[in-house]
Design a protein around this ligand. Structure first.
Ligand SMILES: [Zn+2]
Length: 351
């Protein structure tokens, strides 16, 4: 995981890059999660279905299918048999209420508040510019990649022009999400932090008794310290992530948000290739196996190899992503990113 990667964390829908970057400048206070020891090729995980009761959710049957798909892919690609506890159910509010205040006070400063109009646009542009510069990728290549998904073309072909266009696209899409109603007529994203990726990354700082979280909560946000290309193009929508957990069986936990899967019709045109709800549920399960690869083996992102579960999907083309998977062409140890321990998940023991 490196800041030179073309697809920072949200690409993935989350994942580790953000956590790693945060700790880069604070190595003295931070520690790194050790590579888990998997005994007899089996891992036992505790599952919770975290439900926002205002939004449509998976049925128990669909949840079971999602977990089956996840388990099958983990076995096929990582050779690990998962033993899952019977899923518990909690509300999203209950889970988020347990985040320690200190962690939220510190990390919360990186949240761009798009719901009250107090976000600092210039700071967001500067964040994008900093990330784009750090990649050392030719500007023309970046602009060609991003252009089909921008709400308006890049006004002048430079890194700053691209940073401004990315910010504009990110903010336009956030504004779209902000005004979307839920089934009850009230806004889909309420005034709480439930939609903030940073909140979902801090759940492990309490003694949460779960390793795997499946949620119907849309995780849609912008952060000043994480200006990645795809986070803008996806309009800040995350699919999942893996982070430190004090009481995690393997010192981490993973979540998957079913929103960008089951609500594929709500995503902007051309960004999703899902065509049915059943397919959506199965793809969410397969994509959760990506997070389990971070959790159980600390694998990173082999961006160039589409055969790998660990290659993050940059937008929402999860059907194509799944179609390309081939365990034989992406074995453990076959590339630096596919080597256990490649992903460094940092944490603050004093939070
Ligand atoms: Zn990932």
């Amino acid at each position: 995981m490196t800041r030179n990667a073309m697809w920072p964390r949200r690409t993935i829908a989350g994942c580790l890059v953000l956590a790693i970057s945060i700790f880069a400048g604070q190595a003295a206070q931070a520690e790194i999660v050790p590579v888990p020891l998997i005994e007899n090729g089996m891992a036992s995980l505790r599952v919770v279905h975290a439900v926002n009761p205002r939004l449509s959710k998976l049925s128990d049957h669909e949840l079971a299918i999602l977990l089956e798909e996840m388990t099958a892919i983990v076995k096929m690609h990582f050779g690990i048999s998962l033993l899952l506890d019977k899923p518990k159910q909690k509300t999203v509010a209950e889970l988020l209420a347990a985040i320690p205040k200190k962690a939220l006070d510190i990390r919360g400063q990186e949240i761009y508040d798009f719901k009250t109009g107090t976000g600092n646009k210039k700071r967001l542009i500067d964040g994008y510019l900093k990330t784009l510069r750090s990649w050392k990728t030719p500007v023309a290549k970046l602009i060609d990649y991003a252009s089909p998904y921008l709400v308006q073309p890049v006004s002048f072909r430079s890194l700053r022009g691209l940073a401004e266009a990315l910010t504009q696209t990110h903010l336009a899409r956030l504004e779209y999400w902000r005004t979307q109603p839920a089934a009850d007529g009230k806004p889909m994203l309420d005034e709480t932090l439930a939609n903030e990726w940073i909140a979902w990354d801090l759940l492990g700082y309490n003694n949460m008794p779960f390793d795997v979280i499946v949620t119907n909560q849309p995780v849609i946000s912008a952060e000043y310290d994480d200006g990645g290309l795809n986070s803008a193009l996806r309009g800040g929508v995350s699919a999942g992530s893996t982070g430190y957990s004090k009481s995690g069986r393997y010192r981490t936990y993973s979540f998957i948000s079913t929103f960008p899967f089951t609500e594929y019709k709500k995503l902007f045109k051309g960004s999703s290739d899902i065509t049915s709800r059943d397919q959506a549920v199965r793809l969410a399960g397969k994509y959760m196996a990506h997070e389990i690869g971070h959790m159980l083996m600390l694998l990173a992102h082999p961006f160039a190899n589409p055969a790998c579960v660990m290659r993050p999907e940059p937008l929402f083309h999860f059907a194509t992503w799944a179609k390309n998977l081939d365990a034989k062409k992406c074995q453990i140890g076959s590339s630096p990113a596919m080597t256990p321990g490649a992903a460094k998940i940092g944490f603050h023991p004093d939070w």
